[in-house]
Design a binder for this molecule. Structure first.
Ligand code: F6R
Length: 365
């Protein structure tokens, strides 16, 4: 049931404040401002040597964001790859290693094959899954549920932000259990997570503005997305979302890679979406943005009032997000990225819920 929405995708985008809050409530002890995992860790966290993370598509991008958190909060090395590559690499895996697989459906063939390979290599498996009865949930040592509810739209939206929520909670929990994150730090991070649903709700109010910008995107053939730090995987996700439902060619790049090639694409026609929350790498992103601007690129800036002021260059468009702490801004910034793709595809008259050639669950390789 689509409720009052034209598409499942729109409904699922708008459900995010609620389902992220529900997922958080499953992992966070709100009374004591700390993470409380709904399961026992299947290994000794102090002996853990590293994490291998595999997934496909949007779930893989969630993993890429998660990598920043596991490194920073838990001081763990994270090896990450798409499951279709990982499963055939015969990668050596460390002793006392954790394999994290991320999957909405829990049935993706390549992700499942990667899980099975990791098992033969003695890894402990945590499956971050949305469908609790799925094969991946059953074959994992521990299933870490995302409580997004059924996702019907082929393009993943609410499952993504719920995956991020679980990965963030897990990173904090591992940091604490390994003795590398102080109780004060945990409290600060948990407080930041607790405001995410409200920030997501606020960002929904930007929809009319995003819809207006989408009419311009709907008339182009190529779009470039740039981001740094956790905004880099968001750039990849933005490009994927746009291409899968609007069929516009889009690419996501790490902002710092611009001068190593893609800058050659910049001309007066190319829309460049720069994802730039106020975070420790903002200054660097701004200098990349100015390089685009100097070459006549049409910049649409997704940032807050501070980053837009810092850009100090003419913009073709801006999406002004609420101010927030930097650590989990990727969860909130996912929403405008999704809305931009959605409205572009709707404007172009595409079938948003059932894009051509795509299946919701990829159970064959
Ligand atoms: C993109 C999308 C796909 C899935 C991918 C993995 O919008 O939906 O890229 O994310 O097929 O699927 P799951 O998460 O079910 O393993």
């Amino acid at each position: 049931d689509k409720g009052n929405y034209k598409h499942f995708m729109a409904k699922e985008i708008h459900e995010q404040p609620e389902v992220v809050a529900r997922t958080l409530a499953h992992y966070i002890d709100f009374a004591n401002n700390c993470v409380r995992l709904p399961f026992e860790l299947p290994f000794d966290p102090k002996a853990l040597t590293g994490i291998t993370l595999t997934a496909c598509g949007t779930a893989y991008y969630a993993g890429l964001v998660g990598k920043y958190w596991f490194e920073r909060f838990a001081r763990l090395r994270v090896e990450i790859d798409v499951a279709s590559e990982f499963r055939y690499r015969e990668a050596p895996m460390p002793e006392n290693g954790l394999m994290l697989v991320v999957s909405q459906s829990g049935e993706t063939a390549d992700t499942l094959a990667s899980l099975r390979y990791a098992k033969t290599q003695g890894q402990k498996i945590i499956g971050v899954v949305n469908v609790s009865t799925s094969t991946i949930a059953r074959e994992s040592d521990v299933a870490a549920p995302t409580l997004a509810g059924p996702e019907i739209g082929v393009a993943s939206t609410k499952a993504f932000t719920c995956q991020l929520t679980v990965l963030a909670s897990l990173a904090i929990a591992l940091g604490r259990a390994r003795g590398v994150l102080s109780a004060d730090e945990e409290k600060r991070l948990v407080n930041e997570l607790m405001v995410v649903p409200g920030l997501l709700a606020e960002s929904m109010k930007l929809e009319p503005k995003i819809e207006q910008l989408s009419h311009r995107l709907g008339k182009t053939t190529d779009v470039l997305y740039l981001g740094r730090g956790p905004s880099y995987p968001l750039a990849l996700e933005g490009a994927l979302k746009l291409k899968e439902i609007s069929y516009i060619h889009a690419e996501g790049y790490a902002a710092g890679e611009l001068k190593h090639g893609p800058i050659a694409l910049i001309d007066e026609q190319l829309p460049v979406i720069v994802i730039a929350p106020s975070d420790p790498v903002l200054e660097k992103t701004v200098s990349n943005l100015q390089e685009v601007s100097a070459r006549g690129g049409k910049i649409i800036l997704l940032g807050d009032a501070h980053s837009i002021a810092a850009a100090a260059t003419p913009l073709a468009g801006e999406i002004v997000m609420p101010a927030m702490a930097p650590d989990f801004s990727a969860i909130v910034y996912a929403a405008p990225i999704q809305m931009l793709a959605y409205h572009t595809a709707v404007f172009m008259g595409k079938d948003v819920d059932q894009p051509r050639n795509l299946a919701k669950s990829v159970t064959v390789e």
